[in-house]
Design a protein around this ligand. Sequence first.
Ligand SMILES: [Zn+2]
Length: 359
Amino acid sequence: MSGLPALELAPSVRIMGGADTALFEHNDKSRGFPAMTKIAFQSAADENSAANLDKTLLNPVTLSELDSIRGTGLAEELLTNFPGDMARVGGVKTGKDGEQKAEWEKLQRGDVVLFLRDDQVFLSGIVTYLVRSKELARELWGEDEKGQLAECIYFVDEVKDQFIPRQTINRLCGLDEGYDWQGFEVQLEEVAAPVVQGFELESDVYFPIVSEEEYKQVVQEIDRTVPLDAEGRARLRKEDGFLRDQLFRGKIIEECAICGRKFPTQFLIAAHIKDRWHCTTEERLDYENIAMPLCKMGCEELYRRNYVTVIDSRVAVTRARVDSNDLQALLVKVKGRVCPWFKGSRSYFEWHARMGKYF
Ligand SMILES: [Zn+2]
């Protein structure tokens, strides 16, 4: 899709062992907060679902080859989510009395799907997109022996190998160790939290979709005078998700505000120009001006640690000497660059520049 030379891929490395049941017990529970993410159990126990899994999850599908969605808005949106034209897809049948569909309806972007085979969670993925479509289901997997279609469809990204026994997940969720996973089942935030936290499953790229209305509400509800509890953390995640969407929605590639390099948006964060905890509520609500894209390849750290700031629309370096030549070289490279995000955000950058002046 681009003129870039293809990279040679490393041979796939599979690390056996891994997931130790002691992981969570040794975790410092006081450090983290319950996450704002649900998990879905997806069993691939029967032959039909195992075959479907092989077809579209272990092997990604090529989006531009899908006849059932060609030329639709869905195809367009999917290409934004999956710029490489390849996507991994799972499907759920509506089930008896629609009970499987009801589970699927609980999902939102950013939730985690755990795939079970031979009593082991062997794969996890982050939900990026949900769509109900018989046509797409028919094209992807066809009907099963009962004539049913897996029409409740989810797309996943950040797919990883896992090696977690079913019993471990059950125990962490407060279920019977022997609890049998059948079909598709969603565990809500509170129940899922120990698993999400213990195995670090939460995505920092895919957040729940939040409306402007909800954003305004959560920003006003965040109480900065008390340590964050589960609800506070959930609100923060919503705030971050909304800012990300404002900056990146519809974009595959964006430019870092400091170094100007262009990266896929997964490698960029939506950073508060003025530290969020110093902003007034009004400033936090100014979502068109309060955030900018910063790359994870260095600028996020440089800006957060006040090594760089922006003065009169140009990147300024706040330290005359640093102890590493490589770091020095990085700073020299960005110094004096025009920051296109300055306009409209001047007062926020001025706050940041003042913070950096004592270094
Ligand atoms: Zn950068």
